[in-house]
Design a protein around this ligand. Structure first.
Ligand code: FAD
Ligand code: FES
Ligand code: MG
Length: 278
């Protein structure tokens, strides 16, 4: 069992758990993930490692409530436990001195980009970060991202905080501006990563995205997480999750993410009914 040492509600639907997992903490690197099971009967879901403390033996995950398992996870309090917490999985993000790196993130993925921005900066890069949210109430970890960036731009879709609009607007402005951008890392909802990649493509700036297909084992055995990259089949859990955004077959990825929508909906309804609320 893996004990939740601390819980923080970053927004009403986004939660942070600091979990005692010394084996994972010892090896964790930016860009990797864990596969969690809430209880013995629970499905496996992947969550990115948002932070770790090797001395304390803890790993931090940040998750958004979207369906049954993430909602079930959100019912747990500090001192309770999850039954499995497997990792670190996936390849770490490739970090080197590129020059100027734009780190672009949306929604819960702000937690994913922070360790990457920190590692990019530690490698000697200038880091310009762009964080995007639907509205002011969804904003979290602005300070954490600011602390690991040379510049930070905040956007909200409705303009209730920071600049109005989506992250690709300031991203395009950066690419058109005087500063040479040597690499872009874009992480967030699939549609945001797709459009970030389409924005950078005409400028020829390599763009790394962290793909989020459905996963089961997370170790390359089930094949559920397969994606097409430059016409080749790759397993996101072992060959990624980072890939070149200009090579991703986005339509296939989005179609595969929706395969079990009916089952997911039914499973959430059954769970909610079993808890006595509709
Ligand atoms: P459901 O209602 O079952 O599903 C909602 C949608 O989530 C589905 O339509 C599907 O597209 C996706 N999904 C469902 N099951 C899985 C699964 N087993 N694996 C992957 N996607 C699934 N979310 C976070 O909030 N924080 C993170 O740090 C985070 N990191 C991720 C890292 C990776 C490598 C991947 C692949 C996904 C990550 N996700 C993260 C997404 C998270 O795994 C899904 O939101 C979660 O599995 C949804 O489960 P559910 O039962 O609550 O929702
Ligand atoms: Fe099974 Fe990747 S999740 S092969
Ligand atoms: Mg589910």
């Amino acid at each position: 069992m893996y004990q939740i040492l601390a819980r923080e509600d970053l927004t009403p639907e986004i939660h942070l758990f600091e979990i005692a997992a010394p084996e994972v903490a010892r090896k964790a690197q930016a860009g990797q993930f864990v596969v969690i099971r809430v209880d013995e009967k629970g499905e496996r879901i992947p969550l990115t490692i948002a932070d770790w403390d090797r001395e304390k033996g803890t790993v931090t995950v940040v998750f958004m409530e979207v369906g049954k398992t993430t909602r079930k996870l959100a019912t747990l309090k500090a001192d309770e436990s999850v039954v499995s917490f497997t990792g670190p999985l996936g390849l770490p993000t490739h970090i080197e001195k590129f020059g100027t790196v734009a780190c672009v993130a949306g929604g819960f993925a702000i937690a994913t980009i922070v360790p990457i921005a920190r590692a990019m900066r530690a490698a000697g890069n200038k880091v310009i970060s762009i964080m995007g949210f639907r509205n002011k109430d969804m904003v979290f970890w602005e300070d954490r991202l600011r602390n690991v960036s040379d510049e930070l731009i905040v956007t909200t879709d409705d303009g209730s905080y920071g600049r109005k609009g989506v992250v690709t607007i300031p991203l395009k402005e950066l690419l058109e501006g005087d500063k040479k951008i040597d690499r872009v890392v874009a992480i967030g909802p699939t549609v945001m990563m797709k459009f970030s990649s389409l924005t950078t493509q005409p400028f020829g700036v390599k763009t790394i995205v962290s793909l989020n297909p459905i996963m089961v084992d997370g170790t390359g055995m089930c094949g559920v997480c397969r994606v097409s990259i430059g016409g080749m089949t790759k397993f996101t859990c072992v060959d990624g999750p980072d890939f070149d955004g200009h090579q991703v077959d986005w339509d296939e990825l989005m179609a595969r993410q929706r395969i079990y929508l009916d089952e997911e909906k039914r499973s959430l309804e059954l769970w909610q009914r079993s808890r006595g609320r509709r």
